[in-house]
Design a protein around this ligand. Structure first.
Ligand code: GLN
Length: 588
């Protein structure tokens, strides 16, 4: 057998002499990083990202450096153009990458900011291969799926390993084993394991155990077939995680073990759980973390003292789940109301704040197409707070504005997120400033009072090519405002953006003269980023998406303030802590 180290050529020194085309970044040290590769069988939507991030968290707690990456099969260059109704929300990273919502799961579980290096699509992979081909980088070879496209995938993983100095890279392959579009990723992982050598890679197969109601017992055949398909592709799983509604019994696990050559103790039950945040404990209780460390031969790298401290903090958080003392109902408006995944980060941000404040938050979805001033109270009478989330287009906008008016006039806590910020400005302009025709040019391109508009000259200043303003940006806070207090009296905070339209500066004076306060702005440009109305129990909007940066142990301050205000709304006779005090307590 050829020594696998001989197969690796550095990127600049690719050779045409052999069949072993496998470029690696300069300075890459084989063996430093190990790889955990997670793929799904039987069906999609099993929670590969939740599994992978939970396992990564367990290793991170042990003092190891981890770096996740999601490999998407689709040809889009990023997720920016995907419809959230079909694919779940578009998650935006600090560097402006628009990606799959699983990246949000990784950021939340690991409390780590990720970048475009942690996300790849087939579109990106093919684009770099084709660019290299045009550049003449393949030295006369015919460019093939194997080794060139698979080589590109391995190169990306090794680059990530080097850049993050990771002990373990977690590779999540999108889709399901057997899909045509991710087959080359699986092949690339087979090659990676071969080249990196024994003990370098741990393959995890996530599968699903059926439990048909008519039979009343767990059936493992579909899982067996799915795993067999993995093996036919040259991948021997090291661990099988069995997703199921109920804990997977011994018999089903034994069958899977026998048919897949995976020792019984590495066939885990990952059954449904009330909260995704208890999955790490489920994996830990089964000893999966140490199984992986043993398989990858990195037990000597861990720090158990570090783990004790981190695990303690995590358990303080998870112990509160389900033990809430209070309960409120938040109304969320939006056109994707039937798909919870389109608002995943908002729901998580609410949950983080609710857990911190010991408050269970029920959600009432409000489809706004039929909502108007005359019937709005029927929709909102029983809610303790209203969120108008991000959105595009025109559908349901008048109903959203009616909801915001109701919140403003009836002292119901309000949080407007991006589009919800813009709608709050329109509501104020129309009903307080008397600009009855105020609108956004996104909704009415020729409107006579374009209070919300695309401002091309600002886009030019920012050098963003007139498209979306994307990613992390600093927000300068105005002192002595509610936003400033919620953020602990900081001068600036970093928030994530994804928008095209903004408040036209020529209306700012009219709005502020009537009492609207812009408490957060872009530091160097007249871009309004946070608004509030003094005297209202909680009326806040932001052009940003604060939900994207809320973390289980560090809930986002605007959400904390909003939930605290909703609690006070629900329990008017109790003196609960006010929103500023709540955000201070949570920070400590
Ligand atoms: N459609 C609005 C804009 O482009 C808001 C975008 C959003 O809510 N993400 O500015």
């Amino acid at each position: 057998m050829v020594e696998s180290k001989d197969l690796l050529a550095s990127v600049s020194d690719v050779t045409t002499e052999t069949e072993y085309f496998s470029p690696v970044p300069k300075g890459y040290k084989k063996g430093k990083a190990r790889y955990v590769i997670v793929m799904g069988t039987v069906m999609s939507g099993l929670g590969k990202g939740i599994f992978s991030s939970s396992l990564a968290k367990l290793l991170l707690d042990k003092g190891l450096k981890v770096a996740p990456i999601k490999l998407e099969g689709y040809l889009n260059i990023d997720s920016g153009t995907l419809n959230p109704f079909r694919h779940g929300e578009v998650f935006v990273l600090d560097d402006g990458m628009e990606c799959d919502m699983d990246l949000g799961t990784y950021e939340r579980m690991l409390d780590q900011n990720l970048s475009r290096a942690n996300f790849t699509t087939s579109g990106q992979v093919y684009q770099s291969v084709l660019d290299k081909e045009r550049h003449g980088d393949y030295l006369g070879r015919d460019v093939q799926m194997i080794p060139h496209v698979t080589g590109e995938v391995k190169l990306k993983l090794r680059r990530l390993a080097m850049a993050s100095d990771a002990d373990v890279v977690f590779v999540e392959i999108g889709g399901t084993v057997g899909d045509l579009e991710n087959a080359y990723y699986i092949e690339a992982m087979r090659e990676l394991a071969y080249e990196e050598g024994l003990g370098s890679c741990c393959f995890v197969g996530l599968t699903y155990i059926l439990e048909p109601k008519t039979l009343g017992e767990q059936k493992s055949k579909a899982a067996q077939l799915g795993i067999k398909q993995m093996m036919q592709m040259g991948v021997q799983p090291d661990i099988i995680a069995c997703r199921a509604e109920n804990p997977v019994g011994e018999q089903a696990r034994q069958k899977i073990s026998v048919f897949s050559n995976v020792p019984f103790e590495r066939v885990f039950s990952m059954h449904d759980s009330a909260s995704i945040y208890t999955i790490p404990a489920m994996l830990r209780d089964c000893g999966l973390d140490f199984e992986v460390l043993r398989l990858l031969k990195i037990e000597d790298r861990i720090n158990l003292r570090h783990e004790r401290i981190e695990w303690g903090k995590w358990c303080d958080f998870t112990d509160r789940i389900g033990k809430e003392k209070y309960e409120v109902t938040i109304g969320i408006t939006g056109k994707y109301t039937s798909v919870r995944d389109s608002y995943a980060s908002i729901l998580h941000a609410i949950e983080h704040s609710g857990i911190a404040l010991r408050c269970k938050v029920a959600i009432k979805w409000i489809e706004t197409t039929g909502v108007a001033d005359k019937n709005v109270s029927a929709h909102l009478r029983d809610v303790d707070g209203i969120i108008v989330p991000g959105g595009f287009g025109t559908r349901g906008t008048e109903g959203k504005i009616a909801c915001i008016r109701y919140a403003r006039e009836n002292n119901v806590p309000y949080l407007g997120l991006c589009f919800g910020f813009q709608m709050a400005v329109l509501e104020f302009a129309r009903n307080v400033c008397g600009l009855g025709k105020a609108n956004s040019t996104e909704i009415e391109p020729d409107c006579s009072e374009p209070v919300i508009d695309i401002l091309p000259e600002q886009k030019k200043i920012e050098g963003l090519g007139g498209n979306m303003r994307l990613g992390g940006r600093d927000v300068a806070l105005k002192s002595d405002t509610l936003a400033w207090e919620l953020f602990g009296c900081a001068d600036t905070v970093r928030m994530r953006f994804r928008h095209r339209y903004e408040v036209d500066p020529k209306y700012i004076e009219t709005l502020t003269d009537k009492g609207l306060v812009f408490s957060g702005k872009a530091p160097e440009y007249p871009i309004m980023q946070i608004l509030e109305i003094p005297g209202h129990p909680f009326f806040m909007g932001t052009q940003a998406h604060p939900c994207l940066t809320s973390r289980p142990l560090r809930p986002q301050p605007m959400f904390v303030g909003f939930v605290a205000a909703a609690m006070q709304h629900h329990y008017p006779d109790e003196k609960l802590c006010d929103c500023v005090e709540a955000s201070r307590k949570v920070r400590i």
